[in-house]
Write a protein that binds this ligand. Structure first.
Ligand SMILES: Cc1ncc(COP(=O)(O)O)c(C=O)c1O
Length: 406
């Protein structure tokens, strides 16, 4: 489903103080309790907890939803990346390229396989990996064995450019789509289906979140799919025979049962997030903000909204991230906290500046766009169950806080 039509913006009333958590899973659960309880009971009565029919059903449903031939459930989105890279024969001494501005797991999986992450910078408008930076890093690291772009915050990375580079260099692409289930690129193609492998997380804060950890891997390549199915279960096939060493990364039946129910609501929830994003965009732009395509250094009202998805694409807004000047970012957050509004910074330290990756030798100034984004960004509440008064309170509070502090 492409969502190019303008979503209907909720009609807001005058702002009054109200509690707005960053995410309210209890509000979501209240709407699906009646559907969840019977399937959880069914799994408990079956006493079939690991793998089995519920997991197989979810795998079929996600393959259809992501428009991929194969979907393989696993324990979490971090293992999904690790299994994907192992299936591509990444191991000791190899190099794998990924963005430095992402959740730790993207590079953590590379390191856990004994390989080295090679970082690339981001496009400041979308926060997604920058194709020019990929080219530059590949010139410096000609032995890179795979590319792992991330579809950050629910918006597709520039897959046309990335897949062109990959084809030219003969490199496989693992799409880290942990935050992007149902996201579509400008061709209306779902993420996770264009690269060799797509990886997804069912961490509870994701648009499709379980009641605990979970993950899934997609591929259109049967050979890779079969190998990843073995790898998630100790590399075992047939039972008690192991041609290679895998890991215990199985998806459990309770998670799968819950996720199958939630999948039926996913498009509605993502549409709700799009409506809320459109509301914030409209309010912030009317107050004088620009989109993140205009750097804060250009002046004017010191607030930048997320760059909207290009025509034909679908942004699922796993996060709605604004930019304010680094000098006031933490004060804006403090003021929002005082007004009972939950916020977060995704992510305060780019991966090349994490202590554990200091040995790679990329100090401050190595990836300027990622370092700037880490200092200027704030994620606002965006979940589908936000009420009109909550949306109004967040929009008004952000505008007032930025006005009074800048
Ligand atoms: C971009 C990205 N990659 C990987 C992961 C790892 O997923 P999980 O937490 O399910 O291991 C996450 C989860 O937060 C993520 O946001």
């Amino acid at each position: 489903m492409s969502t190019t039509a303008a979503p209907t913006v909720p009609q807001a009333k005058a702002a009054t103080e109200t509690n707005v958590p960053l995410l309210d899973l209890k509000a979501q659960y209240a709407t699906i309790r009646a559907e969840i309880e019977p399937v959880v009971r069914e799994v408990i009565e079956s006493q079939y907890f690991i793998g089995g029919p519920k997991v197989e059903q979810l795998e079929r449903e996600i393959a259809v939803y992501c428009r991929a031939d194969h979907a393989i459930g696993c324990a979490n989105g971090s293992d999904a990346i690790l299994i994907a890279l192992q299936a591509l024969d990444v191991g000791e001494g190899d190099e794998v390229l990924c963005p430095t501005y992402t959740f730790f797991a993207t590079a953590g999986a590379v390191h856990r396989l004994g390989a080295k992450p090679v970082f690339a910078d981001i496009d400041p408008a979308t926060y997604n990996i920058c194709p020019n930076s990929i080219r530059e890093q590949l010139r410096r690291h000609p032995k890179v064995k795979a590319l792992v772009p991330v579809h950050l915050f629910g918006q597709a990375a520039d897959l046309d450019a990335i897949l062109d580079i990959a084809k030219e260099k003969g490199l496989p692409v693992v799409e880290d789509a942990a935050q992007a289930i149902g996201t579509e690129d400008a061709h209306g193609i779902r993420v996770g289906s264009r690269g060799a492998i797509g990886t997804f997380s069912f961490f509870p804060s994701k648009n499709l979140g379980g009641f605990g950890d979970g993950g899934i891997i997609t591929s259109n390549d049967k050979r890779l799919g079969d190998r990843m199915r073995r790898l998630r279960n100790h590399g075992m096939e047939p039972r008690y025979y192991h041609d290679e060493v895998g890991l215990n990364s199985r998806l459990d039946a309770l998670q799968a049962a819950v996720l199958s129910v939630k999948l039926r609501h996913l498009d509605n929830w993502s549409a709700g997030r799009q409506r809320n994003a459109a509301f914030y965009d409209e309010r912030f732009l009317a107050a004088g903000a620009k989109t993140s395509a205009t750097p804060l250094s250009a002046g004017g009202f010191a607030l930048r909204t997320p760059q909207p998805a290009p025509r034909g694409a679908r942004h699922i807004y796993n996060q709605y991230v604004i930019r304010v000047p680094a000098a006031i970012r933490d004060q804006v957050r403090d003021e929002l906290t005082r007004r009972k509004i939950g916020t977060e910074v995704y992510y305060p330290v780019p991966l090349h500046l994490q202590k554990c990756f200091a040995f790679l030798g990329s100090g401050p100034g190595s990836f300027v766009q990622s370092e700037l984004a880490a200092k200027e960004t704030i994620a606002l509440p965006i979940y589908a169950d936000l009420t009109a008064p909550q949306l109004e309170w967040v929009a008004t509070s952000v505008i007032e806080a930025v006005r009074s502090l800048s």
